[in-house]
Design a protein around this ligand. Structure first.
Ligand code: FES
Length: 378
């Protein structure tokens, strides 16, 4: 499970104090892009960040502003070698610059989508994407003092939060500790350093596992450790922690913070390790006996299919040849979020949907099983 902490109910604070953690700050009534809605994005810039990381900047096809929260992701899809491949990428640009949207992608050996993007995505090319989703956002843990911990391309959601805070003119007390393999692998190094020059409340610490080809790295060497945290961020226990990086890194960070008596309720993490897969095999239903069949109707398209009580809606739709948006198939990413207009389901998710969305009638189709006939808002 990747998002481990349910978002809390937000305390109402005066707008002049800090709007950063309020989800409503990022909602623009004129620019909603629901997570289940697929749109075409047009590539308008490609930037080399490091030797194997590029930022791809997109605008909407119609030139309309795009609404999202810092830390959210989009699910992009492309036809690669005759197969539809989907992959989640965090938006690295801030919602305070709504006319473009960036993803920052590391070319990984064997990574189908990352290699395709690096090779094919050039100015004017288009990409299909489902709308922003995810709960790894400032509203998951609004706080005056934060500690951002990232490794590798896990820097992207925290960069979006950082850029948004600076764009809003908010002098947030943030320590940003980013781990990289070598100095040559530090993503956004110059921008982070420049931002730290602009505010004494924003500190950046880069930790490198090894010297790069140039050598001469003067900063901390090795991996993030409790000793390093105690020495460089002595008030870490007072800070809301946001972590993003590979699973192994986040496991180590979580343990390190537990050892350091940091409150787990103030810990939030995100990872997309699951998303390099093209298709996820549906887990066997817990109860395979006493099957009941129900009907599912998609209100907008008029399509219908039948579903057994042990099946998830996503699995039944796939079996019936009805495409529904999905990515992780594990209740994590939120891509399959859909409003249930009529009927009831049982849903077991892994953090991909917020309580307020459930209250509004939304459900995740990949981890919802029917308990009656259904009508979905699709
Ligand atoms: Fe990711 Fe359903 S596909 S939550």
């Amino acid at each position: 499970m990747n998002s481990v902490v349910e978002p809390r109910i937000l305390q109402k604070r005066p707008e002049t104090v800090d709007r950063f953690g309020l989800a409503s700050t990022w909602e623009r009534a004129d620019a909603q892009w629901p997570s289940h809605e697929q749109r075409t994005l047009v590539c308008c810039r490609v930037l080399d960040e490091t030797h194997d990381v590029r930022t791809f900047v997109f605008s909407s096809e119609e030139g309309q502003p795009l609404s999202f929260e810092p830390g959210q992701f989009i699910t992009v899809s492309a036809e690669i070698d005759g197969q539809t491949v989907s992959r989640c990428y965090t938006i690295s640009s801030p919602p305070t610059r709504p006319y473009t949207l960036s993803i920052t992608v590391k070319r990984t050996p064997g990574g189908v989508m990352s290699n395709w993007l690096h090779t094919n995505m050039t100015l004017g090319r288009t990409l299909s994407a489902f709308g922003p989703a995810g709960v790894f956002t400032p509203s998951a843990g609004p706080a005056r003092k934060a500690l951002y911990l990232s490794a590798g391309s896990g820097v992207t959601p925290l960069m979006a939060m950082t850029r948004a805070a600076f764009d809003l003119g908010q002098d947030r007390d943030v320590v940003f500790v980013h781990s990289a393999r070598t100095p040559d692998d530090i993503i956004f190094a110059k921008e982070l350093d420049a931002l730290s020059q602009m505010s004494s409340a924003f500190r950046v610490i880069h930790v490198c596992e090894a010297q790069g080809e140039q050598g001469g790295w003067q900063g901390p060497m090795g991996r993030l450790s409790l000793d390093l945290l105690r020495a460089r961020v002595p008030d870490y226990q007072e800070r809301e922690v946001f972590t993003c990086g590979p699973e192994g890194y986040m496991d180590a960070v979580r343990q390190l913070l537990l050892d350091g008596n940091h409150d787990p309720a103030r810990y939030h993490q995100e990872s997309f390790d699951f998303a390099e897969t093209i298709e996820v095999v549906e887990a066997a239903p817990e109860e395979a006996s006493a099957q009941t069949c129900f009907s599912v109707r998609l209100a907008r398209s008029g399509k219908t299919f039948t579903i057994e009580s042990s099946q998830t809606v996503l699995a039944a739709a796939r079996k019936a040849g009805v495409p529904l948006p999905s990515s992780c198939s594990q209740g994590i990413c939120g891509t399959c979020k859909t409003t249930v207009l009529e009927g009831t389901v049982e849903m077991k998710h892994n953090g991909g949907i917020r309580p307020r969305e459930i209250d509004k009638g939304l459900r995740l189709m990949c981890c919802s099983r029917p308990t009656s006939d259904l009508v979905l808002d699709m």
